[in-house]
Write a protein that binds this ligand. Structure first.
Ligand SMILES: NC(=O)C1=CN([C@@H]2O[C@H](COP(=O)(O)OP(=O)(O)OC[C@H]3O[C@@H](n4cnc5c(N)ncnc54)[C@H](OP(=O)(O)O)[C@@H]3O)[C@@H](O)[C@H]2O)C=CC1
Ligand SMILES: O=C(CO)COP(=O)(O)O
Length: 310
């Protein structure tokens, strides 16, 4: 809907033809955003050749599906089109970030990353939202910000792609931990401690990758961490809440996409490769793979050796 502002036609492709037909018929996404009408310019399509008219393509699919979707889209992408990845995660099989996946699968495209604190339903309702758009070339980032910003959807530009994607990938995993603490009724003080120590993990990892401080402290880092760790509206937080309440990893996602569950182990591996300590993310990954109980995680985090705050 946001992308359609000021445009006559914005094709919205999806992999499920029955769902696309329902979107075209109902003019509403009853599966994911019930009650929020599609903007008039949005044209649901199951035909990827519709991409040929697009100068800007937004990739809004789960991180683990990004490679196959870009691979399918490549033959139809205009030369020099910008491909903006909106997924927040790391590819499990390769430990690659989304911008790397897109660059590998569509080398002719200009790669950009959109990330930051924004629940889809808030954006769709026209509530004020601010996020970061990163592209390697500052002029391209500025162009994309101008093209995609609206009065209520405000884009800040960056050239720090990796910093922006690390924030998006890490915050989902850390939000699962915050949800667990809430589901176990550990109290508001524990929540604040998890957010602050979680941010220390996110920052350490970002710094190891050369991310800039302003990115890590900005919308796609601290901003999205605070949103996702503090809201039951978050699917990652909700997954953690269910785990904290005693549900098993298998039953706790309630059929919703919680990207942190897919990215947790990959995040831990990426961190280990760079000798970065991420004890909260490690605990989440271990719980999700049934190697640790929630009680065991609480004990292990509280019993860590005392150290200087860093
Ligand atoms: N929702 C939000 O508030 C925000 C989400 N994001 C990020 O955007 C990404 C997508 O999230 P979101 O849109 O909520 O997810 P959804 O679960 O709504 O999925 C988005 C679309 O991807 C489709 N899809 C699922 N699997 C595949 C596949 N294997 N191949 C092709 N298409 C597929 C879905 O179809 P189907 O309906 O069939 O599953 C759906 O049309 C995530 O990385 C998320 O972290 C970022 C900011 C906010
Ligand atoms: O990324 C998001 C908000 O910025 C959405 O969070 P969830 O995927 O946890 O719902």
């Amino acid at each position: 809907n946001v992308a359609s502002a000021g445009r006559d036609r914005v094709p919205l492709w999806g992999h499920d033809t029955a769902h696309i037909a329902a979107l075209a018929r109902d003019r509403e996404n009853r599966r994911h955003l019930p009650g929020l009408p599609l903007a008039p310019a949005v044209a649901p399509t199951a035909d990827l050749s519709d991409l040929a008219e697009a100068e800007i393509v937004l990739g809004v699919v789960p991180a683990q599906a990004m490679r196959s979707v870009v691979r399918q889209a490549r033959p139809y992408l205009r030369k020099g089109a910008a491909f903006v990845t909106c997924a927040k995660g790391i590819e499990r099989d390769t430990l690659k970030f989304m911008s790397e996946v897109v660059a590998e699968e569509a080398p002719e495209a200009e790669v950009a990353v959109l990330s930051g604190p924004s629940f889809a339903s808030d954006v769709c309702k026209g509530l004020p939202t601010a996020v970061t758009l990163a592209a390697g070339d500052d002029a391209l980032a500025q162009h994309l910000c101008e093209q995609l910003s609206t009065r209520t959807f405000r884009l800040y530009r960056s050239t720090d792609l990796r910093g922006v994607e690390i924030g998006g990938a890490a915050k989902n995993v850390l939000a699962i931990a915050c949800g667990m603490a809430a589901g176990r009724a550990l109290g508001a003080s524990a929540q604040a401690a998890l957010i602050a120590r979680g941010f220390a993990e996110l920052r350490r990892l970002g710094e190891a990758w050369g991310a800039r401080q302003e990115t890590l402290m900005g919308l796609s880092g601290l901003g999205d961490l605070v949103l996702t760790c503090g809201s039951a509206q978050s699917r990652n937080f909700a997954l953690g809440y269910a785990l904290g309440g005693g549900e098993t990893p298998r039953e706790a996602n309630h059929g919703k996409l919680a990207e942190g569950a897919f990215t947790a182990s990959a995040l831990v591996e990426v961190a280990r490769e760079r000798q970065i300590e991420m004890p909260i993310a490690e605990a989440v990954a271990a719980i999700l793979t049934n190697r640790l109980s929630v009680e065991g995680a609480i004990d292990s985090l509280l019993m860590r050796p005392l150290r200087a705050e860093a």
